[in-house]
Design a binder for this molecule. Structure first.
Ligand SMILES: [Zn+2]
Ligand SMILES: [Zn+2]
Length: 254
């Protein structure tokens, strides 16, 4: 897993909004394509991914899907035909995408990207991995996703407030990528993001082996984050997301 971007809200000069590349057996899957993530994706893989999961319709999680579509549309105009790109996303994402294109019912984008809504009960296969989903606690329809490959898994919360369904999805996962976009003052009145403390609490409750904190509140300082992590009992390793950071989830050797 490589971080394409980890900002909440939007890109900065130092990095993009949310995006994570997952590769296994030379296949690839992208979890969110927020603003400022596409160029880094192109630097990391020689082709387009097998699929893109968009957790919800907020612009910091899907803006560069439009960029990827533009790339594929240009290729197509140049005569290159490839399979439609799978985009797995909850309600509202395709509408936001089509709205940005001002696409009518007969628009040709459907030849290039194929949207599918995930169900919360079934696993789906994408390339070499299995994906399962849970509804997240956010201000718009949103999902968390668990990606499994052989005996390893990662779980990405997308944007969510504290949620028992997301906790169940993450149970025993090897890597929890958890958003911490809330500050303590705001968390009672706006329950749609986690604080650092609630993200670490989720990792602990789900018994995740390691935690990657991401999508931090824009005012969070390093010292604040370290203090908040230290205040919660959690046995696993904690890292802060940064663009380009790669975490390998190695298979057990028997
Ligand atoms: Zn967000
Ligand atoms: Zn959001």
């Amino acid at each position: 897993m490589t971080v394409l971007g980890c900002n909440s809200g939007g890109p900065t000069r130092g990095g993009g909004a949310s995006g994570y590349l997952v590769t296994a057996e030379s296949r690839s899957l992208v979890l969110d394509l927020g603003s400022g993530t596409l160029q880094r994706l192109f630097e990391l893989i020689p082709d387009v991914p097998d699929a893109v999961v968009i957790t919800h319709r907020h612009i910091d999680h899907m803006a560069d899907l439009l960029g990827l579509y533009g790339y594929l549309a240009s290729e197509r105009r140049a005569g290159e035909l490839r399979p439609t790109l799978r985009v797995i996303a909850p309600a509202g994402v395709e509408e936001a995408f089509a709205g940005a294109l001002q696409a009518g019912p007969a628009h040709g984008y459907r030849d290039i990207v194929a949207f599918e809504e995930p169900t919360m009960d079934d696993q789906i296969t994408v390339g070499a991995v299995q994906c399962s989903f849970a509804e997240a606690e956010h201000s718009v329809p949103a999902v968390a996703v668990r990606v499994s490959h052989l005996r390893r898994s990662l779980t990405y919360t997308g944007d969510t407030g504290p949620s028992t369904t997301v906790e169940r999805l993450a149970a025993g996962t090897d890597l929890l990528i958890a958003e911490a976009g809330n500050d303590c003052e705001q968390s009672a009145s706006y329950p749609y993001h986690m604080t650092v403390a609630s993200a670490v609490g989720l990792a602990s409750a789900a018994n995740a082996k390691q935690l990657l904190l991401t999508h931090l509140h824009i005012a969070a300082t390093f010292d604040d984050v370290v203090a908040a992590v230290a205040a919660v009992k959690y046995a696993g390793e904690v890292q802060l997301a940064a663009p380009g950071l790669t975490i390998h989830l190695e298979q057990e050797t028997f």
